[in-house]
Design a protein. Sequence first.
Length: 91
Amino acid sequence: MSQLQLNGKIVNDVRTLLSEHDSAAQDPGVASQYLGAIIGFLLGQEDMPEPQKQEVLEELLAFASQVAADVSQQKSAQMQSASGVWKPGMS
């Protein structure tokens, strides 16, 4: 697979575009369904043998799973690195 330049801006731009098309896409689950359908649509148009299409789909699923795990891990690390001291208010 090629090197991607993924960042928050491109993700937000895609989510905004999907939401402009269908307001239900504001929900992350619906937006993800659209993205999955787009992958299927693009791959379905490709002129390649069906077994090869299936292999590409499996690679993309594994890739998406790894990205999700990486993002979750980064988010968890950011939450754990937050620090501070909480003091109860004086009443």
